[in-house]
Design a protein around this ligand. Sequence first.
Ligand SMILES: O=C(O)[C@H]1O[C@H](OP(=O)(O)OP(=O)(O)OC[C@H]2O[C@@H](n3ccc(=O)[nH]c3=O)[C@H](O)[C@@H]2O)[C@H](O)[C@@H](O)[C@H]1O
Length: 487
Amino acid sequence: MPSSGITAVDAAAKGMKLERYASGGALLLRRATSAKLVSASSHLLFRATVLATLALVFLFTLHYPSLLSRSFHLSSSSASTHPSSSAASHRSLLMSSSSASASYGGAAWEKEIRRSARPSRNDGGISVLVTGAAGFVGTHCSLALKARGDGVVGLDNFNSYYDPSLKRARQALLASRGVAVVDADINDGPLLEKLFDVAAFTHVLHLAAQAGVRYAMEAPQTYVASNVAGLVSVLEVAAKHADPQPSVVWASSSSVYGLNTDAPFSEDHRTDRPASLYAATKKAGEAIAHTYNHIYGLSITGLRFFTVYGPWGRPDMAYFFFARSIVAGEPITLFRAADGSDARRDFTYIDDVVKGCLGALDTAGKSTGSKSGKKSGPAPLRVYNLGNTSPVPVTRMVAILEKLLGKKANKRIVTMPSNGDVPFTHANVSHAAHDFGYRPTTSLEAGLRHFVDWFVEYYKLDVKIAKGARSAADKPAKKKKAMSASS
Ligand SMILES: O=C(O)[C@H]1O[C@H](OP(=O)(O)OP(=O)(O)OC[C@H]2O[C@@H](n3ccc(=O)[nH]c3=O)[C@H](O)[C@@H]2O)[C@H](O)[C@@H](O)[C@H]1O
């Protein structure tokens, strides 16, 4: 109500009184009265308009409380951004999305989420919420799902663990293929609930995490926040809010094998001796998955990734920053195990891992619980290795990079520091092969060739890639892009 205390009803009553007085009086008085009446009417109209506006605002905020309480940033898939990785195209995407009404919570935002989540396949398809969608594996999986006609909505907090402009470039690529990415954190429970209210996701591909084995000594709390609290946040919403419950596939890690020396690593081997806090949080995640499966009937599949590499990769990983250092002529440090042997990794190419992720989604099986807390029976609880099955010495990885980049590395070899690293990894993938036909097919030579091809193109480097690595049509442009992993 207006603060003056004079209502539209009061004003109307006053006008009627004036009319009554004027009816028995002189013409002058009648004119004065009618002038007052006009004035009162216009006040009445003005106040009625204000009241109606206030009523509309009230009704609108009742329907769209998100407009007042929070704003969810979204990269609109309708932005006609070329899948260029340039920071410029990325900036324009952000600018256009932030000025568009579809960028924030509200009716247009919800419409955009629904559009992105909707499968386009004739045979149905699935609808997947991909957390960490602007990350390395998240981007590739989102593109692959979208390409085969599944619905995909991404979620990413674009943190600065490594160069956020690379994440933004991946986001631009996703937007160009029709995948919307919400700019928010997995620990934001109300946002996750809102997403499930808007779109009926059949699956969650939970890839958002704090990665990196050695960085865990520098920033331990971020591992707990993302890999433990964040996982719980996602599973809480999937178990107790989503209706029906989705099936969850999430990223565990080869690092859970820790000090295990039996090789190749099998899912049946011990995983109770993690060598790093990163590994411990992933192992904790597997225990947490068991709990949510047991109590709430959530279908949950954990995928133990083995040192995944490839185009659009993570600049914090050795193959990536070694390539950067080789090009820049800077020294690299190679770790050697305590027994003098080279460290070895079961490097796994991204396309193989994507096939594994999609296979896991397709065979996940349904959750059996419901919002009310009742489950109709046991739900699937699975864990799989996704590796390459052929460990390669890190020195060999460096030799391949040297050959592709046409330049020798300036190597410094030291004994592996006590920083959470393990001397070797080696996957047995027979379970994944049996259950969803997972068969890695990419050698490290072929995979690194694809990586270097992308790396040179993305950073606009004047590097002549070794023969056979690149077609003439892919010649890089001359303008250079900053290569810093943290800039
Ligand atoms: O499979 C996983 O679960 C993990 O894979 C990845 O960890 P890692 O296998 O340790 O990969 P990465 O750091 O590239 O080091 C590769 C090799 O280079 C050696 N290495 C490393 C750095 C260095 O300066 N020198 C060196 O020799 C190092 O000793 C190692 O032998 C992911 O980062 C992690 O998030 C997780 O997903």
